[in-house]
Each structure stands twice: as structure tokens, then as C-alpha cells.
Design a protein around this ligand. Structure first.
Ligand code: AMP
Length: 285
């Protein structure tokens, strides 16, 4: 497995792979791997001849009061895990490499970014769209794999790839969960022991919403109210949002008539967790 740290070297490598007629699959990450990341890599392994994974904790997607400094990092552990699932290249650029002195260019995706995390994390999607554009231009993938756990992020990337005519296939993968249903996240390490039960309120409330939907309920506000009530019955929680949105526009819906997603962001103690479920789809928790 190669470790590449500069854009120039990554681009040269990607170009040589392309000249051999081989396909590049790419999984962008912020590292501190868990099974969710590894599942994306396993699909990437199947979808490309060469599998590139990036590890970069991107400062431009964190707000000034957010956890950029504390975000968990363990490069040696990540390297070993990546090697074990057959990753060919880890691209791990430095901040100086990504945002050198004088850096001034950002990518703004409107519409799908404006609700949900776009409201509570104002520069988040600008940072995500910018870093992904830079990574795509460096890794030159044919196919890229994202998790549906970050549903609005996946929709943002899809929108950007379509709008900017990027010649990349975007694959969205289901959420990988702990045996008890908690969506895997690098941030789960922040959870204190006594907060863990409260953290399960997210996935359990998705099941609750799914059962109301399956029973014929189509009033989005009613389902949201039940979800909020359920989550708020747990200690240490503070709901950031619990909204049912149209999957295409990410706007709130009143009645669930087209494909809609219940999106959750909940603080459990000092940890902000997200989860979601497209109503009507299979939910195996
Ligand atoms: P991150 O390192 O958290 O930025 O995530 C990197 C990629 O892994 C993103 O495409 C995420 O959506 C995806 N991902 C994170 N957690 C999960 C999970 N539990 N299941 C599936 N994909 C995930």
C-alpha cells in the first residue's frame, strides 16, 4: 500500500493508472476508521482496479466552536485497517498542501445544502464541496463511494457532480451500525458510558417513524412530533433537528407524498450525532 502526501504525486500516480486503462475507486474520509468506512472501502475494492482512500480532517468544514482540534486521529491504526481491506493508496495531504497561504477558492452548492446541517453548521457544506472538488481533481476517480449516514452530504456531492459535469460515478452506501443500532461514527468515542443509552434514541426513533409510516401516517409534522417526544424522553439529549424532507430538494415536507427522509441531529452530552432513514425503505436495526 502506498502513502501519498502531495497533490502533485497523487495526480501523477492517478494519471499513470488511467493511462493503463485501469479504473480508480475513491473513498474520501476524515480517518479514525470504523466498520462503516471499511464497508465503503470493500465496495470500492470491487468497483475499481485501484482503490484510493483519503484521510484528511478538513478545517474548512468545521465551525469556530466545533471539534476540529479534538477530532480523533490515529494514522497508524487507520493504515493497518486500510491495508487489511486491500486499499492500494492512502492519500493523506497536510493542511499546507490543501490550503497554502493565499488560498481563496470555494465551491458553493445551493438548494440541498440550505436546510438541516446547513442551518446549524453554516460553512459546513461549503467546506465539504470545496475539499471534495480538490480531492476529485487530485485522485481523478472514475467512481467515488459515500455513506448515506451523511445523507445531506451525499445529496450535495451528487448535485455538485451533476451541476459541474464531473465525470465521476457517485455511489451511496447504507449506514453501518453497531449491533445495538447506533450508527457508526468516529465521534462515538466521545460518548460517555452513561450517554450510550441516550444515543440509541436516534436509531430507535427511526424505527418508530418507520412503523408510523408503514401504518399509513403521512403527516410529517405528526411523525416528527412523536420522534421528538421519544428522543426527549432520554437524559443528556438536545435535539438540533428532527425533520422530514424531500430527498431530492432536502426541503421540509408537510405531507409525505414523494420519497422523504427523516433526518436527525441530536446532541448527546457534548457529542452531536446524526442519523436518518428514507421512509418506506428497509430498516434493519
Ligand atoms: P467521515 O470520515 O466521517 O467524514 O466519513 C467518511 C465517509 O464514510 C462518508 O462518506 C460517510 O458518510 C461515511 N460513513 C461514516 N459513517 C458511516 C456509517 N456508519 N456507515 C456508512 N458510511 C459511513
Amino acid at each position: 500500500m502506498k502513502i501519498i502526501e502531495t497533490a502533485r504525486e497523487m495526480q501523477a500516480y492517478a494519471e499513470s493508472v488511467r493511462l493503463q486503462g485501469r479504473r480508480i475507486a475513491f473513498v474520501p474520509t476524515m480517518g479514525y476508521f470504523h466498520e462503516g468506512h471499511l464497508d465503503l472501502m470493500r465496495i470500492g475494492r470491487k468497483r475499481g482496479d485501484v482503490l484510493v482512500v483519503s484521510i484528511y480532517v478538513n478545517p474548512t468544514q468545521f465551525g469556530p466552536t466545533e471539534d476540529f482540534e479534538q477530532y480523533p486521529r490515529d494514522f497508524d491504526r487507520d493504515r493497518e485497517m486500510a491495508e487489511n481491506v486491500g486499499v492500494d493508496v492512502i492519500y493523506a495531504p497536510s493542511h499546507r498542501e490543501m490550503y497554502p497561504e493565499g488560498y481563496s477558492t470555494y465551491v458553493l452548492v445551493s438548494g440541498v445544502t440550505e436546510n438541516l446541517c446547513g442551518l446549524s453548521r453554516p460553512n459546513f457544506f461549503r467546506g465539504v464541496a470545496t475539499v471534495c472538488t480538490k480531492l476529485f481533481n487530485t485522485v481523478k476517480p472514475h467512481v467515488t463511494i459515500f455513506g448515506r449516514k451523511d445523507f445531506q452530504q451525499l445529496m450535495t456531492i451528487r448535485r455538485m457532480v451533476t451541476d459541474l459535469n464531473l465525470d465521476i460515478e457517485v455511489v451511496g452506501m447504507p449506514t453501518t451500525r453497531e449491533p445495538d443500532g447506533l450508527a457508526m461514527s468516529s465521534r462515538n468515542v466521545y460518548l460517555k458510558k452513561e450517554e450510550r443509552e441516550s444515543a440509541l434514541s436516534l436509531s430507535r426513533s427511526l424505527l418508530l417513524a418507520q412503523s408510523r409510516y408503514a401504518a399509513g401516517e403521512r403527516d410529517a409534522r405528526k411523525i416528527e412530533a412523536e420522534v421528538r417526544h421519544f428522543i426527549e424522553g432520554h437524559p443528556f439529549v438536545k435535539i438540533d433537528y428532527a425533520r422530514i424532507c424531500d430527498v431530492q430538494t432536502m426541503r421540509d415536507v408537510e405531507r409525505i407524498e414523494r420519497e422523504s427522509v427523516l433526518a436527525l441531529a441530536v446532541w448527546v452530552g457534548k457529542t452531536r450525532l446524526i442519523d436518518n432513514h428514507v421512509l418506506g425503505e428497509d430498516l434493519s436495526i
